[in-house]
Design a protein around this ligand. Structure first.
Ligand SMILES: NC(=O)c1ccc[n+]([C@@H]2O[C@H](COP(=O)([O-])OP(=O)(O)OC[C@H]3O[C@@H](n4cnc5c(N)ncnc54)[C@H](O)[C@@H]3O)[C@@H](O)[C@H]2O)c1
Length: 261
């Protein structure tokens, strides 16, 4: 049986660690060549060196810089051929109660989590529509669908990314391009650990799984925090032809944490 993404070329943002790095690994496992990008170059360079077979090309890219995104997509297609898949993973989280939220935190959060998704999706869609094929997957968050204390800027920026991706999906569906989102719940990465106060990691993870009624969090019915690979599997599915009849979908991968309410 051939792999789901044999011969395909994919671009991944925020690929230096965590979910982005897992997405790169999963795409390569399914036969794709991947341009792995991140604002911080060390992680993607390490990833490319570890795989060592030339299937991963590491490039620095800050998704907030629209010109740099255009240049990178242009250079990629010139050097490696047409892009089949684009995956938006880059994201930032600056927790704060709204009354304490700074203008800078709000702007920075939207610049990466919403405008970054516009920059990359637009550059990819412009080229993919001309060829009549392509898949764009955006990693959002289950916080986009359920109110959370201390996460207003993050949740709003992710909700913007989800609706943007659905609207884009509608515009380009007739030209063979599918656009979907994956909305993870708590996933074991540096971003998640940064939310935990210092101390025993196992105890902190237990509190996430058990939930916290004082913070209006229900916990995780499936009883575990996600591995980055759990999210990557959903991304690969949506990127591949196995999802050829799926567009404008928002796939929650959160162990049931939001009860899909
Ligand atoms: N970890 C979770 O629990 C969780 C839950 C829901 C959604 N998510 C989302 O999944 C995605 C990946 O999260 P993660 O947990 O792996 O985070 P992470 O912080 O471990 O990794 C994020 C990566 O994005 C990169 N990045 C940040 N700003 C960038 C920019 N302007 N341009 C390019 N790259 C940039 C960082 O350098 C980093 O390598 C994010 O969009 C995040 O919001 C994570």
């Amino acid at each position: 049986m051939s792999a789901a993404l044999d011969g395909r070329l994919a671009l991944v943002t925020g690929a230096g660690r965590g979910i982005g790095a897992a997405v790169v690994t999963a795409l390569v496992h399914e036969g794709a060549r991947v341009v792995a990008t991140d604002r911080a170059p060390e992680g993607v360079e390490r990833l490319a060196a570890e795989h060592g077979d030339g299937r991963i090309t590491a490039r620095p890219l800050d998704v907030t810089d629209a010109d740099a995104v255009e240049r990178l997509v242009d250079d990629t297609e010139r050097a490696l051929g047409p892009l089949d898949v684009a995956v938006n993973v880059a994201g930032i989280l600056r927790p704060s109660a709204v009354v304490d939220l700074t203008d800078e935190d709000w702007a920075a959060t939207f610049a990466v989590n919403s405008t970054g998704v516009l920059n990359v999706s637009r550059a990819a869609a412009r080229r993919m529509t001309g060829r009549g094929r392509g898949s764009i997957v955006t990693v959002a968050s289950n916080a986009a669908g359920v109110p959370r204390t201390g996460l207003a800027a993050y949740a709003a920026s992710k909700a913007a990314a989800v609706m943007f991706t659905k609207c884009l999906g509608l515009e380009v569906a007739g030209r063979g391009v599918r656009c979907n989102t994956v909305s993870p719940g708590s996933t074991l990465t540096d971003m998640q650990r940064a939310l935990w106060t210092a101390g025993d990691e196992t105890a902190a993870a237990r509190r996430v799984v058990d939930g916290d009624l004082a913070a209006y969090r229900t916990g995780i019915p499936l009883g575990r925090i996600a591995d980055p690979a759990d999210i990557a599997d959903a991304v690969v599915f949506l990127a591949s032809d196995r999802a050829r009849h799926i567009t404008m979908h928002d796939l929650y991968v959160d162990g049931g944490a939001t009860l899909r309410a």
